[in-house]
Design a protein around this ligand. Structure first.
Ligand SMILES: [Mn+2]
Length: 424
């Protein structure tokens, strides 16, 4: 199953005139406000979010996993699925691999396949939170990079080095390290020593990276460890990144915060120090729920983007990735919903009148500052997104087009009803 430009044009046909009216109306409003529509469209088209290879299979919870049919059974099929999403949305131009779930057989073949779909390989993800008996001698039950046993730490460091090697062969330029290391009971872990050992291991991984690579250090306050995690928050991640070197950065995952944490402020702080390396999008109500982006707290997402649109010169462009998983929806439809929410929040943040906002802030006009933000947040910019997509060769209505083209039905016919994706 492939989606080509001709098919997209055909699928767009029925929505064309309605879209045109709505876009004209929005464009008029932009003109009145002195907003440059073309510049906005250009920025939206540049904005690409990586899809992780594990997001194409039916996700699950610790309680169960329910198949939906036509799941990709291997890396090649996962790349094709991301290709379909990208063809429809024109905003998923990258794929992020998880090792060892998706080890490429022949990197050259995989690289070419991805290029054919218009995809590049974004950050590589290592896995030392599960035991893979066929790949390893020691268990990560009591940690990996922080482990008390040097042999386990060495094995975990070696695994990360292999992931870097695979990434190099695919043209990736970064490694994301997320650790499940921590403790579930008071007394279990010596906090200081565990952190020191983790730093030591990270430094070894860092030294192995090619000079044009970046190391992203992800943090999380709890789960699967329920008493402490070694890298519990952005401050710890920042400390480790600083100790590793200038190519080490913090990675913010929206779900990796305690309830009501001011994530936009964390983003602003990291950007100020030039240390925001990567960003994982998802949404949550209680914990690390990994729900569809924008499903629960779209205003928070907008406020975060309000910080993200202003990347200072000392901070390289962050790597964007969707990190969500669930077991109710067709993952491809879900990912398209996430992409829509992300690009919408981005577009809204781009239309904030920055000069007026700074003026209001400097004058301590609190009401006006809030008005300026909410005026942008409450504007319906979906016609702008549709126009940007359409001009790039994508679908005016990606989910509608996906359904009209019968993509899932065709994938089930091709792959069967009971395929199971590697991964979670
Ligand atoms: Mn994540």
């Amino acid at each position: 199953m492939r989606i080509n430009t001709e098919l997209v044009r055909e699928l767009n046909h029925s929505s064309e005139s309605r879209h045109h009216q709505q876009f004209e109306f929005l464009q008029e409003q932009f003109q009145q406000k002195g907003i440059n529509t073309e510049a906005l469209i250009n920025k939206l088209q540049q904005f690409q979010v990586a899809i992780p290879s594990w997001a194409l299979g039916a996700g699950g919870t610790r309680f169960g996993r329910f198949s939906y049919g036509g799941e990709p059974a291997n890396l090649e099929e996962k790349i094709r699925d991301v290709g379909i999403i990208h063809a429809l949305t024109q905003s998923a131009g990258a794929i992020s691999l998880h090792i060892p779930w998706d080890v490429p057989g022949d990197p050259e073949v995989i690289r070419k396949l991805a290029a054919d779909e218009g995809l590049i390989f974004d950050a590589m993800n290592s896995n030392t939170f599960q035991d893979q008996p066929e790949h390893q001698q020691h268990s990560y039950k009591f940690g990996s990079l922080c482990h008390t046993d040097r042999n386990v730490r060495e094995q975990a460091v070696d695994h990360n080095k292999q992931v870097i090697d695979i990434g190099v062969s695919l043209g990736s330029k970064s490694l994301t390290v997320w650790l499940a290391d921590g403790s579930s009971f008071p007394g279990q872990l010596n906090f200081r020593e565990a952190l020191a050992r983790t730093l030591d291991s990270l430094q070894e991984i860092y030294r192995y990276m090619p000079p044009d690579w970046k190391l992203f250090i992800e943090y999380k306050p709890y789960e699967p460890s329920f008493y402490s995690t070694v890298i519990q928050d952005w401050g710890t991640s920042h400390l480790l990144a600083n100790e590793c070197g200038e190519n080490a950065y913090c990675l913010v995952d929206l779900g990796h915060h305690l309830p009501n944490t001011n994530i936009e402020q964390i983003v602003a702080t990291l950007l100020w120090r030039g240390k925001l390396g990567g960003f994982h999008f998802n949404d949550s109500k209680y914990g690390d729920d990994d729900l569809t982006v924008g499903a629960i707290k779209p205003y928070q997402l907008f406020l975060i983007f309000n910080e993200l649109v202003n990347i200072p010169e000392n901070n390289p462009a962050p790597a964007w990735m969707i990190d969500a998983s669930h077991n109710l929806k067709d993952p491809m439809e879900d990912l398209m919903q996430s992409l829509e929410a992300i690009t919408l929040a981005y577009a809204q943040a781009l239309t904030v009148d920055r000069d007026a906002l700074e003026q209001a802030r400097n004058a301590n006009d609190v009401t006006q500052a809030q008005e300026i933000l909410q005026n942008s947040y409450r504007s319906d910019l979906r016609p702008l997104l549709r126009e940007a997509r359409k001009r790039a060769g994508g679908a005016i209505d990606p989910i509608g087009a996906y359904r009209k083209a019968g993509v899932r039905e065709k994938l089930i016919a091709e792959r069967g009803l009971k395929t199971v994706a590697t991964g979670l």
